[in-house]
Write a protein that binds this ligand. Structure first.
Ligand SMILES: Nc1ncnc2c1ncn2[C@@H]1O[C@H](COP(=O)(O)OP(=O)(O)OP(=O)(O)O)[C@@H](O)[C@H]1O
Ligand SMILES: [Mg+2]
Length: 382
């Protein structure tokens, strides 16, 4: 077992800095998710940990060993890719134990001649059977990959990683080839598997829902930089900056410009077509920003239909008249686009609301959950 530490890790290709001096400490047994939009450097970071990509500068530690100059096969890692890359002519069993059957010389190099097998057939069989049991692959061990469903193939790829009993799993979008239902199911299986094996895992995805549901912690990346690394709910409730606020959560947080106005003891966020009162805890942090323009954030799920019973009482400072512009029923909730003047807000309203397009609707904003950002630095103020 081992943690992974990245110190000022950088990778530059000719003109692109794919990973820009990232620092990350992945604890032993932790499930760490790297998430971010396409091209932000996730795969490059993972490939550097695996040793498949040489870093331009910085250090990588697995356990307490610096591994920059250690070859991939000696790093005690196992990688699962998006395309499972199974050998089509081999059975599930043979695919799973392929890596274990490679012969090794006394120095540990893989070499087909004059070399000993690293593992006995008995040991190989034990490991494959144990992994197959865990993954529900026992009845499929003699099949070829083409006789399997996508989800089953994915499990074989996982099995192949598990039998190596590595110190660290590295997974690059391993579920993205699966259909939506299977993805959710396999996601749950992976979480259970991690609870059972407790192997340190670095998991790459661009899907923030996957990140939120799977990660012990999540590192949000953009442009080769880690924007914030924290537990899922901390990221959701306390995003450090505008990027994280907009990236985590679906539908995304509403973000709009407001001017801060002092009225008596109250601090008001004036969005032009509506005004709301900030809670006292926010006001304390914002005294330097009175009469300045800030970015106001409120999540769709923190907006309520006033007519429905709810946890947040309506006050003059949190209730806003809006017009229903578009309705997208999702079952238990309705995604509603609400208009006021030029502004459009997205709200997740309980479907018992029954509001129709064109209706006037008073909505309550849960101001205790509102966010304010400095539009210049993009940093969160509260
Ligand atoms: N071998 C390479 N040569 C040049 N540029 C590269 C190379 N590999 C990656 N890049 C660039 O580095 C940046 C990061 O790429 P990377 O594959 O790490 O992104 P990613 O976050 O994994 O994206 P995706 O979600 O699309 O897989 C991109 O701008 C990409 O074009
Ligand atoms: Mg990638």
């Amino acid at each position: 077992m081992a943690g992974v530490v990245l110190k000022n890790l950088t990778k530059s290709f000719d003109k692109v800095t794919a990973v820009n001096s990232i620092n990350l400490e992945i604890h032993d047994k932790e499930f760490m998710v790297l998430v971010g939009p396409s091209g932000c450097g996730k795969t490059t970071a993972l490939r550097m940990i695996a040793g498949l990509e040489e870093s331009t500068s910085g250090e990588i530690l697995i356990g307490d060993r610096i591994v920059n100059d250690v070859s991939p096969k000696d790093r005690d890692i196992a990688m699962v890719f998006q395309n499972y890359a199974l050998y089509p002519h081999m059975s599930v069993f043979d695919n799973m134990c392929f890596g274990l059957r490679l012969k090794r010389t006394a120095t540990g190099n893989v070499w087909p001649f004059n070399a000993k097998r690293a593992f006995t057939e008995q040991e190989i069989s034990r490991r494959v059977n144990e992994a197959a049991d865990m993954l529900g692959l026992k009845p499929l061990l003699l099949r070829k990959p083409k006789e399997l469903s996508g989800g089953q193939r994915q499990r074989v790829a996982l099995g192949r990683a598990i039998v190596r009993e590595p110190k660290v799993f590295l997974m690059d979008e391993p579920l993205s080839n699966l259909d939506a239902k299977l993805r959710v199911q396999t996601r749950a299986e992976l979480i259970k598997l991690h609870r059972r094996l407790r192997i340190t895992t670095v998991y790459v995805t661009h899907d923030q829902v996957e990140a939120m549901t799977m990660g012990d912690r999540i590192a949000v990346m953009s442009n080769g930089i880690i924007q914030q690394c924290d537990k899922p709910l901390t990221l959701y409730n306390h995003p450090n900056n505008l990027f994280v606020a907009g990236f985590i959560g679906s539908p995304a947080m509403n973000l709009l410009p407001v001017t801060l106005v002092r009225e008596g003891t109250d601090l008001i966020a004036d969005a032009g077509s509506f005004r709301v009162t900030l809670p006292a805890s926010h006001a304390e942090k914002l005294s330097d920003y009175v009469n300045k323009t800030l970015t106001f954030g409120i999540r769709p799920e923190d907006i309520y239909d006033r007519r429905l019973p709810g946890l947040v009482a309506s006050t003059a400072g949190n209730t806003v008249p809006m017009e229903v512009d578009v309705i997208e029923p999702l079952g238990s909730d309705v995604e509603m686009y609400l208009k006021t003047g030029e502004l459009l807000l997205v709200a997740m309203i309980d479907s018992s609301s029954l509001a129709q397009v064109g209706d006037k609707l008073e909505v309550i904003l849960d101001m205790s959950k509102s966010h304010l950002f400095d539009p210049q630095t993009e940093q969160a103020l509260c």
